[in-house]
Design a protein around this ligand. Structure first.
Ligand code: ADP
Ligand code: MG
Length: 247
């Protein structure tokens, strides 16, 4: 069983790719409204861990519990429907539609057919979309085409599309990749806003950004959890210093 306080509970998770052990028994707890940040060198297994949570990495052994339920071998479709939202690194937006319509098409229960976008819009949906736009900082750009947005703003639209699905848990893999310093900072503020209503697991390597959002940091290295703790605990940990500076 998982601990009562955790929305997501990962126990001794192992992932093997044709003989290569990408995760060698990882434990992770994520509490309600918590932001857990995962750091670690390239190839540490960070993306593999998020993939395993959403049913996209081959789990060799161990368990993923979501709200107390074992979801280890469920399909990624079922896991998404149950309430775990994942933003991928590749943009997945409709460039020729407005920001507003992109969020509308992502709403839970809306199955996208372009011709009938307007027909799908009820007052409740409109309120919901406006709330999402507000939380991703794009209220003023609601009627702009996504193609006219900056790289960073497009990433926020994608976060909005995840939020539109009402997930309890939001998983973000390097959400600030390619962003300017201002966009990176704004992304941190968006993540903090989101955490009022969702739990988050965020993979990140920009340490300034990690300091901005982090409550608890988990360090992965070669498929294992090296340590976890606050920013200062992790930064002063000799094992972490060795991994980042050593050899
Ligand atoms: P990170 O996100 O921490 O940089 P990944 O989780 O992407 O690392 O990868 C961890 C290790 O697993 C790497 O050595 C990578 O090459 C390997 N790996 C990831 N996905 C696959 C796959 N589909 N097939 C084979 N090896 C993989
Ligand atoms: Mg990765």
């Amino acid at each position: 069983m998982s601990s009562a306080a955790s929305v997501l509970s990962i126990k001794d998770l192992k992932v093997v790719f044709s003989g290569f052990k990408a995760l060698k028994g990882v434990d992770l707890e994520v509490g309600n409204n918590e932001i857990v940040t995962i750091i670690g060198p390239n190839g540490a297994g960070k993306s593999t861990l998020l993939d395993a949570i959403v049913g996209k990495s081959p789990v060799a052994s161990g368990h993923v519990y979501y709200q107390g339920q074992d979801i280890t071998n469920k399909s990624s479709y079922d896991i998404a429907r149950m309430g775990i939202g994942r933003k991928f690194q590749n943009p997945n937006v409709y460039n020729e539609l407005s920001v507003f319509d992109n969020i509308l098409l992502a709403l839970k229960g809306t199955h996208g057919v372009f011709a009938s976008i307007a027909a799908k819009l009820t007052a409740a949906k409109k309120d919901k979309i406006i709330d999402v736009l507000d939380r991703i900082g794009l209220l003023e750009q609601g009627y702009s085409k996504v193609s006219s947005l900056s790289h960073g703003q497009k990433q926020w639209v994608e976060i909005g599309m995840v939020l539109a699905q009402d997930p309890a848990v939001v998983l973000l893999d390097e959400p600030t990749a390619g962003m300017t310093a201002d966009e990176t900072h704004a992304t941190g503020e968006i993540i903090k806003t989101i955490s009022a209503n969702h739990s988050l697991v965020v993979i990140e390597h920009d340490m300034e950004f990690v300091k901005q959002i982090a409550q608890r940091i988990v360090v992965l290295h070669q498929g294992e959890k090296l340590t976890e703790g606050s920013v200062s605990e992790v930064q002063s940990n000799p094992k972490v210093i060795e991994v980042y500076l050593g050899r």
